[in-house]
Design a protein around this ligand. Structure first.
Ligand SMILES: Cc1cc2nc3c(=O)[nH]c(=O)nc-3n(C[C@H](O)[C@H](O)[C@H](O)COP(=O)(O)OP(=O)(O)OC[C@H]3O[C@@H](n4cnc5c(N)ncnc54)[C@H](O)[C@@H]3O)c2cc1C
Length: 289
């Protein structure tokens, strides 16, 4: 089997590497030190065709799926924090694509990025203090009240928490059913009851903002339930009857996005390796510059 990259993939890899070397690296120290959102670098990524809805279409239209991992590896080699700040909205977009109706996909995915020069952000909020890997144990609740869903709970470690224009929140509708009792909801910025909790002071990936998200009696309309009520009711019914099937939106989203996390780790490892070689060759001073 031939694992070599095609000419198009090599060209894309070179483009990402150039962006990492010429735009990300020179800005990395500042944003890492200040632990600030690198808005200017994100705007540059948009200008280079590496952020936004068109970039997402390009990644999605690659049948082998390699462009996404090339992108993740090269940008994370530049700086993991800036790379995650540029790409974290795609986790929310993947969550919408995994669970949303075609209308919801068309309405909300563009809102995750903004258009033209406008930069928007999105957050995918699954993790809780007692539910990290163990996604089935989420305690954030979603209860139907008339034509509105009412959400309560606290999410932790959320990338783009507090700055996201669109939050995709995974909550439990029926805790007895584990992950099959969960659903995903769109919670737009500014919705009453939605607030940013503690901002994490991290030792790495510092240019990407990671915070708690607090939901207190947050009300969203019926059409903010991804996939719609009928589909959710059918899923809950099947689960209550003990039938198989009925996927978890959160697990499906993680399945799609985990290869990018692996590629990101590879990019970070490559940067460390290259830095070490340079250091041993005496090409870096004692401050690492
Ligand atoms: C920088 C950063 C950004 C993040 N961004 C987001 C985000 O945008 N949205 C979001 O929802 N979450 C986000 N997270 C949270 C992340 O998804 C969780 O940290 C992850 O799911 C692991 O959960 P945990 O931290 O509770 O660890 P745990 O689940 O407690 O795991 C701790 C360790 O135990 C191991 N372990 C767990 N269960 C088992 C088992 N059954 N058997 C054997 N070993 C096990 C794990 O592999 C791990 O090594 C982010 C985290 C970080 C650090």
């Amino acid at each position: 089997m031939d694992f070599s990259l095609s000419d198009d993939q090599l060209e894309f890899q070179a483009h990402c590497r150039k962006f990492a070397d010429e735009v990300i690296r020179p800005a990395a120290d500042k944003y890492d030190r200040e632990q600030a959102v690198p808005w200017e670098v994100i705007k540059e990524a948009r200008a280079w065709g590496l952020h936004g809805i068109e970039h997402l279409y390009k990644m999605g239209s690659d049948p082998g799926g390699l462009l996404g991992v090339i992108y993740a590896e090269e940008l994370h080699r530049g700086c993991a924090g800036i790379a995650l700040a540029i790409s974290a909205s795609s986790l929310a977009a993947a969550g919408i694509a995994a669970s949303g109706t075609p209308e919801q996909v068309g309405r909300w995915i563009p809102e995750c990025y903004g258009e033209g020069d406008e930069i928007k952000m999105a957050a995918y909020a699954v993790t809780e203090a007692g539910a990290g890997s163990d996604v089935k144990s989420l305690r954030t609740t979603a209860k139907l009240d008339g034509e509105e869903w009412v959400l309560n709970g606290t999410k932790v470690f959320i990338s783009n928490g507090g700055i996201a224009d669109v939050n995709v929140v995974v909550a439990t509708v029926d805790p007895e059913l584990g992950h099959r009792g969960q659903a995903s909801f769109i919670v737009p910025k500014g919705t009453p009851g939605l607030s940013q909790g503690k901002k994490e002071d991290k030792i790495g990936i510092r240019a990407s903002q990671t915070t708690e998200i607090v939901l207190e009696e947050v009300r969203v309309p019926m059409d903010h339930l991804l996939g719609g009520k009928e589909k959710l009711d059918r899923k809950l019914e099947r689960a209550r009857r003990g039938e198989r099937g009925g996927s978890s939106g959160a697990l499906a989203t993680f399945e799609v996005t985990r290869p990018f996390v692996g590629a990101s780790a590879l990019g970070i490892a490559r940067a460390a390796y290259e830095w070490t070689l340079d250091h041993l060759d005496g090409r870096r001073d004692e401050n690492g510059a």
